[in-house]
Design a protein around this ligand. Structure first.
Ligand code: CUA
Length: 347
């Protein structure tokens, strides 16, 4: 009986602790995945964290004041045995108290509204200072297209940006567009999230003040692969970034040794959807493949980009990413092998 009782308590304790454990594990993985709003890597996300802290502080003061008053009243005005059965003094209205609890909240809401509007305006500012580099971000089901209009560069899924420093600020202006449904761009350590609405471009900006790979996630439900629409922003030194740009600007190299794979690409309709600059492939439905191998991942940062995964992807895209738009082209293993060899030359 005692044993059973203890068992029961154990279960109860576990039931009580499991949500706490869940929150702790979730918070830990958010930090580990480089996704925490509480760890800003630039001024755009810093201003959001400041707002969050201010709202939390005001809420905490209100919480302590209300709960404190409640506890004080419970203790201070407890019924004593002498008062039993007698009515306490009855109060009907108090002008000072009513004025206080009307004016107080109005002031709090007013102050909050001011700082919130200021932060929102800052976040929306398309061009925080002259010299911001524009990147068009186009959301697709289910991948990201990045176009650098002034640099004549098109890439997918992994955005490269230069790191900003106090004497050489490198703000990035994002022009957010959608090719199909509503998506939302959110790399929490860099900036707040902004929706990408078909036919209605939105603007946002950020600055990365430290190098690194910043992760993000499509933040608006956009279909079955929404959860796997991941973002990678690679912030690197201005010199490394210029190097990357120069390499991306080049057309694809033509390697005669992989002619067989190239043949598969151009005869099996791949070029209808994908572009490879320097060739006749100019499709815009799928990611630009000119420098495919310069990317660490495929399929919206979900799958590491290597020979084995490329082959599996070509053999059955739906198995790796259910209901994705990339069709199964029913290629033979030999065709896949030579096609992967061709893709691997697209550096
Ligand atoms: Cu794209 Cu959710």
């Amino acid at each position: 009986m005692v044993q059973r009782h203890r068992h029961h308590q154990c279960h109860r304790l576990a039931a009580l602790l499991s949500p706490i454990a869940f929150v702790l594990v979730a918070a830990q993985s958010v930090f580990a995945a480089n996704l925490s709003t509480l760890d800003p890597a630039g001024p755009a996300s810093e201003s959001i964290l400041n707002l969050l802290m201010l709202v939390t502080a005001i809420s905490a003061v209100i919480f302590v004041a209300v709960i404190g008053t409640l506890i004080y009243c419970i203790v201070r005005f407890r019924e004593t045995s002498a008062q039993a059965n007698s009515e306490p003094p009855q109060l009907y209205g108090s002008a000072p108290i009513e004025t206080a609890w009307t004016v107080g909240p109005i002031l709090i809401v007013f102050v909050l509204a001011l700082v919130i509007v200021r932060t929102v305006v800052e976040a929306r500012q398309a061009d925080p200072q002259t010299g911001a580099m524009t990147v068009r971000v186009i959301g697709h089901q289910w991948w990201w297209e990045y176009v650098y209009p002034d640099q004549s560069v098109v890439t997918a899924n992994e955005m490269h940006v230069p790191v900003s420093s106090p004497n050489a600020r490198r703000p990035i202006h994002l022009r957010l567009e959608s090719a199909d449904v509503i998506h939302s761009f959110w790399a929490p350590r860099l900036a707040g999230k902004t929706d990408m609405i078909p036919g209605h471009p939105n603007d946002m900006w950020f600055e990365a003040t430290q190098p690194g790979v910043f992760h993000g996630q499509c933040a608006e439900y956009c279909g079955s692969q929404h959860a796997n629409m991941l973002i990678r922003v690679v912030a690197e030194s201005p010199a490394e970034f210029e190097q990357w740009l120069a390499a991306q600007r080049n057309p694809a190299v033509d390697t005669p040794a992989v002619a067989a794979g190239r043949e598969v690409f151009f005869t099996r309709t791949c070029s209808n959807c994908h572009a490879i600059r320097g060739t006749s492939a100019t499709g815009t439905v799928g990611p630009d493949l000119t420098h495919l191998m310069s990317r660490q991942t495929i399929a919206a940062a979900e799958i590491p980009n290597d020979r084995k995964n490329l082959a599996a992807w070509l053999a059955d895209p739906g198995a790796m990413k259910p209901s994705c738009r990339m069709p199964d082209l029913k290629l033979s293993p030999a065709q896949i092998d030579s096609l992967v060899s061709y893709l691997e030359t697209l550096r």
